[in-house]
Design a protein around this ligand. Structure first.
Ligand code: AMP
Length: 284
């Protein structure tokens, strides 16, 4: 990959990258389309990155279907797919990691120690290996997006970042590879997540300014289903990710919840200054 990328660079061919962990869905493909007109060669990587998984997480059972992924990427106009092995990415002497301070601490960082360091490290390696000039990420993983934006700025990386809106199912559930773990019953229950966010969006634009009240309302919608276990509901500043007490301008509402054993995350920016449209398909 490194040699090929060097060749491309010598020929003046610019590369755009969508890093993924595979088992692709429309959310991933929307990011490939976001690269249109931004580079000469659209590329994706498929790599289930072991260092971003915790000990008790789902690395061993993470879904994979490389053949189907390659077909979908080709259809979406990807001219190159990079699928490295873990042993090549992390040979035995590997010792370096990238830590993006502060932004990595709240929200998912509280429950997944080491996760964002694993993400930042692999993304920097993928940027270096592919020499991409532009890369696209989804706002579904909002905290990840902010962390990577910080890393690019702090380390002066010559990569332009693009961010894609969250792509959702008909009933509002954010597309995620992990949705494949849900049983039909759990899948129905999972509707509570977009429903709680849409409730918060509406109430924040109408009458509720108090973040504690919004947070309580979100939690009670989520826990109205017995199979849902809330990990966090946070209302934070969309840039600094610091907690907010009041909905002034825009506030990021981020939730993580287990439905059965499947961990789902989702988020929405709410408040009078937000231009966020209602989540399509959700009735509150
Ligand atoms: P993953 O394969 O889960 O690591 O995701 C690869 C990229 O796709 C990340 O930038 C994610 O934020 C993005 N992504 C995942 N789900 C969605 C979605 N529903 N809508 C938009 N982007 C997504």
């Amino acid at each position: 990959m490194a040699e090929y990328a060097a060749d491309l660079q010598r020929q003046g061919v610019t590369l755009g990258l969508v890093p993924t962990m595979g088992y692709l869905h429309e959310g991933h493909l929307s990011l490939v389309r976001l690269l249109e007109g931004r580079c000469d060669l659209k590329a994706a990587s498929i790599f289930v990155n072991p260092i971003q998984f915790g000990q008790d997480e789902d690395l061993g059972r993470y879904p994979r279907d490389e053949e189907r992924d390659l077909e979908l990427l080709a259809e979406a106009g990807c001219g190159l797919v990079f699928c490295p092995d873990a042993a090549d990415m992390y040979p035995s002497g590997f010792r370096t990691s990238v830590e993006v301070d502060t932004l990595s601490q709240p929200m998912c960082g509280r429950f997944r120690p080491g996760h964002f360091s694993g993400v930042a490290t692999v993304v920097l390696k993928l940027f270096n290996l592919t020499r991409c000039s532009v890369a696209a990420f989804g706002l579904k993983d909002y905290q990840q997006a902010q962390i990577l934006r910080r890393m690019v700025e702090d380390l002066n990386l010559p990569v332009e970042l693009l961010f894609g809106e969250t792509i959702r199912e008909q009933d509002g559930l954010a597309l995620s590879t992990r949705n494949a773990y849900l049983s039909p019953r759990e899948r129905e229950t999972a509707q509570a997540v977009p429903k709680a966010l849409e409730w918060a969006r509406r109430r924040a634009s109408e009458d509720i300014r108090d973040c504690t009240e919004l947070s309580r309302g979100i939690s009670s919608i989520l826990t109205s289903r017995p199979e849902v276990r809330v990990q966090y509901v946070e209302l934070v500043d969309p840039e600094s990710l610091e907690p907010r007490n009041q909905v002034g301008e825009r506030v990021l509402v981020a939730v993580a919840a287990f439905v059965g054993t499947t961990r789902l995350i989702d988020n929405l920016i709410v408040g009078p200054g937000s231009t966020m449209k209602p989540i399509h398909g959700v009735n509150v």
